[in-house]
Write a protein that binds this ligand. Structure first.
Ligand code: SF4
Ligand code: SF4
Length: 460
């Protein structure tokens, strides 16, 4: 029996103190100078160990405090308060929210699933991935003895295309299509921006190798210093270099952006590497997907912007583009002849499962890799300003440890979700929309008929 895929983790502390959600404000004015101040009674000795991190100008008290509120409630003059820290609220933006950023930091540090207490405190619907709910009604099976228990839940996927039929007369090894299986439906991708450097790239490549997955490089990233990781890299190339053979290196997968007239280039399907064509998410993208599949391209990468949307005037969200492409491939009878990967806007582990339910085989994770290193999404690097998290100065082993921890937490969350759905192989989750509910469908089913009057039933 195949051994279980488990990502082992170890704590990898942040290089800088993370910004906490709440901070303590203690006023001196009006202090009664009690014989035993409530600050002295803090069981965690937070006030005694108080110090200032001069590099970040952060009071250590906010990181040390365990939020028991004893001092807040105990001060007779109510001079101690806890409030939302302005630095925390200012992190990120409306999509990459402070809560998402701090949860990614936690996962990168501990490798554990963040637990927020009893019940779900968030919204029940919203844009993007929040228009979709997963159905976890099989909660008692097969996870009765835990996600790493006796019943194995497989998260392995195949990259490449499977033949529609086998021809017994042509069973030579050379005739069999190239298929690569990876134990995780997640591939790493260098983010579209960030103050990363050579050590960072090496760290991400080390993580890809450790996890058994791939790291897709950006257009401008060189492979200098990464020769030991070539088998786990997806370098970028142009369609022309792939066709002429110039870009055929020893990488197992090569990626090129979609260009008009690409379907005429037959040589692309005869390269020794698996070719992935990166197709920007756009309205009507499913037609391009089916024509690429018809041409014999083994991997299609649907790439959305960093917030998961297309650049159209009326943006298309990545999950919707995936769902339409998956259904178009099913209609054309070609679904198993191509691997569909998606990227853009994946900020939480649940987004992996949701994208797969919509029809993707696997996903790329990009900006969370940067955030795992302490990035606050301030975007100073995009304006040529120094990075407050000094990401470029981080050693490769630390970068790899943080990425591995975060992926371990995501892997465990995927196992939890699949266990609760009663699905034991992530390949079966692909397109399994019976395990999800979509806001648009429920809205139409519940309120679609409101206001409509059947013929013959009009009020006089
Ligand atoms: S809230 Fe609790 S842990 Fe935090 S400083 Fe006050 S007494 Fe200490
Ligand atoms: S912390 Fe700011 S400057 Fe540094 S990588 Fe992140 S967005 Fe760029």
């Amino acid at each position: 029996m195949q051994s279980k895929y488990v990502i082992h983790t170890r704590p990898v502390a942040a290089r800088m103190k993370p910004i906490t959600k709440t901070g303590i404000i203690a006023w001196e004015e009006g202090c009664l100078k009690c014989a035993v101040c409530v600050k002295k009674r803090c069981v965690y000795k937070v006030y005694d160990r108080r110090g200032l991190d001069a590099r970040q100008m952060l009071d250590s008290i906010d990181n040390e405090c365990m939020n028991c509120l004893r001092c807040v409630q105990g001060c007779p003059r109510e001079l101690i308060h806890k409030s939302i820290s302005p630095e925390f609220s200012e992190m990120g933006d409306g999509y990459w929210t402070p809560e998402i950023i701090s949860k990614l930091w936690y996962q990168a540090e501990t490798g554990k699933i963040p637990v927020s207490g009893a019940g779900y405190p968030g919204r029940f619907s919203g844009p993007g991935f929040d228009t979709m709910w997963t159905d976890m009604s099989e909660i008692v099976r097969p996870t009765r003895d835990g996600i790493h228990g006796r019943e194995y839940i497989s998260t392995a996927i195949d990259l490449g295309k499977t033949p529609s039929h086998l021809d017994a007369r042509r069973m030579e090894q050379a005739d069999l299509p190239l298929l690569i299986d990876i134990p995780l439906p997640i591939l790493l991708r260098v983010p579209s921006f960030g103050a990363y450097g050579r050590n960072t790239l090496k760290g991400w490549a080390m993580a890809a190798k450790h996890l058994g997955t791939f790291l897709a490089l950006g257009n401008t990233d060189s492979q200098e210093g990464l020769s030991g990781y070539r088998s786990w890299l997806i370098p970028q190339s142009s369609v022309e270099s792939l066709e002429s053979g110039k870009g055929r290196m020893r990488s197992r997968i090569m990626e090129a952006p979609w260009t008009p007239g690409i379907t005429e280039k037959d040589a692309l399907c005869k390269t020794k590497s698996l070719v992935s064509i990166r197709l920007p998410v756009a309205d009507g993208v499913e037609e391009k997907v089916t024509s690429l599949a018809r041409m014999g391209i083994p991997i299609i990468h649907l790439a959305a912007g960093e917030n998961g949307e297309s650049a159209d005037r009326t943006p298309v969200f990545v999950k919707d583009a995936v769902r339409r492409s998956h259904l178009a491939l099913l209609d054309a009878g070609m679904r198993d002849e191509v691997t569909l990967l998606a990227s853009g806007g994946l900020s939480m582990a649940e987004h992996v499962a949701k994208t797969i339910i919509c029809g993707a085989d696997g996903v790329f994770v990009d900006l969370p890799l940067l955030i795992s290193l302490g990035c606050k999404m301030c975007r100073r690097c995009t304006r040529g300003l120094p990075c407050p998290a000094d990401i470029e100065g981080a050693p490769s082993s630390w970068v790899a440890g943080r990425a591995i921890n975060m992926m371990a937490a995501w892997h465990n969350q995927l196992l939890e979700m699949m266990g609760a759905m009663g699905i034991r192989d992530v390949r079966r989750l692909r397109g399994e929309t019976g395990r999800a509910m979509f806001f648009e469908d429920l809205d139409e089913a519940t309120f679609g008929d409101l206001g409509k009057v059947e013929e013959g039933c009009e009020l006089e």
